[in-house]
Ligand binder design. Structure first.
Ligand SMILES: NC(=O)c1ccc[n+]([C@@H]2O[C@H](COP(=O)([O-])OP(=O)(O)OC[C@H]3O[C@@H](n4cnc5c(N)ncnc54)[C@H](O)[C@@H]3O)[C@@H](O)[C@H]2O)c1
Length: 270
């Protein structure tokens, strides 16, 4: 598998390292990032990696699969071109798919070009059970995300609402609504809410609560689902990446695991 990486931050770098040390059975052929210096750093992890000047270089490359680890805007702008160039896509900025129209366009492009789109579980667990449960009636799906102030810093919606997360002294609910509204207001913090939505009842019908807790240092996600199967609760307490506190380490590990699954001959789990 020849891999291209778009977005050379924490997740992009972790994937390049996993290719270099053989954890992923693949070859990194090209990297692209808005800041060329980050692309150069990540490209240098493996041998003979081309540093792209633009998306065009990625589209013209011999990569079989493009990893998007950049941003929701990047995914929205690049996805159709990537699929039309007959390359598979693994997307980390899953929040882009809360836009149902975009999801349909991506599905159509993948079908027409006979390629696949992979959406890793990211920073959460429990999606295997949720996908199984969805085969019968599913009545209720919710996710409660609790983060320390540093994981929510720089959020435009909070700034516009006059909320300084570093002044929060007690556990405070910052958002309560559905997954579509959550990703609109917190585009860098709750991709997982969209992933839960896509695997279950859809982003519109998935309940989301976002809480800031100044007394914790982990990103905590608790998913609850109820339906014909019974009910389950899945809780993860994630360590944030030291490089980007908005991103949990588990999200990068999930990207590695998805890439391993693509090349492996035995596929475990739903
Ligand atoms: N699915 C999940 O559970 C999950 C979990 C964590 C992070 N994420 C998402 O994954 C993405 C990557 O996360 P990260 O922690 O590596 O982020 P990061 O901020 O560390 O790195 C992102 C990199 O992408 C580059 N970039 C941004 N826009 C770009 C564009 N239009 N074209 C090319 N490069 C661009 C930036 O320069 C930066 O180097 C983010 O969108 C993040 O929200 C998803």
């Amino acid at each position: 598998m020849k891999v291209a990486i778009i977005g050379c931050g924490f997740i992009g770098k972790t994937i390049a390292e996993a290719i270099h040390d053989g954890t992923i059975d693949g070859e990194l052929v090209i990297v692209f990032s808005l800041k060329k210096s980050s692309a150069e750093k990540v490209g240098a992890i493996c041998d003979d990696v081309v540093i792209a000047d633009s998306l065009r270089d990625v589209l013209d490359s011999n990569a079989d699969l493009v990893v998007e680890a950049a941003s929701i805007d990047a995914l929205k702008n690049y996805a159709i071109d990537i699929l039309s160039s007959k390359k598979n896509l693994m997307a980390m900025s899953v929040g882009a798919f809360a836009d149902g129209g975009f999801l349909k366009r991506v599905e159509k492009a993948a079908r027409e070009n006979k390629v696949k789109v992979y959406l890793p579980s990211g920073a959460i667990g429990g999606l295997d059970a949720l996908k199984s449960a969805q085969a019968a009636e599913l009545r209720e799906v919710s996710i409660v995300t609790t983060k320390p102030p540093k994981s929510l810093a720089g959020n435009q919606y909070l700034r516009d609402s006059g909320i300084d997360v570093f002044k929060i002294k007690e556990k405070t609910v910052l958002y309560e609504g559905n997954a579509s509204g959550a990703i609109e207001k917190f585009p860098k913090n709750v991709n997982v809410a969209t992933t839960v939505g896509l695997a279950g009842l859809g982003p519109e019908k998935t309940s989301v609560k976002i809480i800031c807790d100044p007394k914790i240092d982990k990103n905590i996600h608790e998913i609850h689902a109820r339906g014909d199967f019974g009910e389950f609760t899945f809780r993860t307490e994630n360590l944030p990446s030291p490089q980007n506190p908005k991103t949990s380490y588990l999200a990068a590990l999930s990207a590695i695991s998805t890439l391993k699954k693509i090349t492996s001959h035995i596929d475990i789990g739903t």
